[in-house]
Design a protein. Structure first.
Lengths: 151, 151
DNA sequence: CTTGATCCTCTAGCGGCTAGAGGATGCAGG
DNA sequence: CCTGCATCCTCTAGCCGCTAGAGGATCAAG
């Protein structure tokens, strides 16, 4: 059975060493065995689990959601409805963000197109920022709290 | 000349009171006058400045970028090339995020479509998370650091 | 035996707020 | 004038998901 140092696990999964320790600290990864000199030792299962976590993070799942997904993955007899719900929820989050960003893109494009080259006093960009009424888009609508936040 | 309490300014601009104090603390808003009993007093210029900040934040500009934009807005004789550059940069950031989110959406849709209803052991969602090779999308490409982070 | 890479723990910082403690005012109704 | 509640003040700590650095121990190669 193979066993990996934390550095090797990091390279194997493309996750940084401090991040691995962080995941252990918050309980996403189990506490691994240790060598006599207290160094962490990982096995194949850890590689799989960390890859799972990494992939879920890339898809934008919050750590708490990943915790739930891991619990499901750990216990194959539990019903997977929860997993479907989490995926659907995450999909909705992503779709909301896309819409929102598209509105911002539209607005930024209008600003960037102006591309004035004189004094700041006449700058369209600055003017557009100062005068919201110049905006066509409703990017000031309530939106989900945090829609502007993390992915 | 009108003068507003922090609460009124908050209502006028739809920015929360603690956020206004925060903006003052980090130097986006100037320290306002105070009443005898140490309460902040704002004027029209503050309303405009805060609206500017709010709008820029809605468009996803980082605080540091807003600082630069405000400096430009404060000094109309400076050339506005910097403002154009910041807008273009922000547009690029937003476009990158949109692309990335679209890839995630694609992947999440595939996952959600599976919509299995049995045991977690057979769950497509969990399976998809565990086995990255099932992914068509290249959402694991390097990407800008922080592309997954704040808007 | 030395060098340099890797590992350990611990604490602090990032951005952009948000929440809460603990207290001082201000303002309206009775 | 008093009560009561809204608003204000400062200050500190927390959120998320890491990331960076101090200060030291250990390992593997030459």
């Amino acid at each position: 059975m193979t066993s990996l140092s934390i550095g090797r696990l990091a390279r194997a999964t493309d996750v940084k060493v401090p991040t691995i320790r962080f995941y252990e600290q918050i309980g996403l990864l189990p506490e691994p065995e240790r060598t006599q000199s207290d160094r962490r030792l990982y096995g194949e299962a850890d590689v799989r689990r960390l890859a799972f976590i990494k992939h879920a993070r890339q898809l934008g799942f919050a750590v708490e959601a990943i915790r739930s997904l891991l619990a499901l993955a750990d216990d194959p007899d539990r019903p997977c409805a929860e997993a479907n719900a989490l995926a659907a929820e995450q999909l909705a989050v992503v779709e909301t963000k896309i819409e929102r960003l598209q509105a911002l893109r539209h607005e930024l494009r209008r600003m960037a197109r102006a591309d004035c080259d004189g004094r700041a006093g006449d700058c369209r960009v600055i003017e557009a920022l100062g005068d919201h009424s110049l905006c066509a888009d409703d990017h000031d609508r309530p939106a989900t709290p945090g829609a502007l936040g993390a992915l």
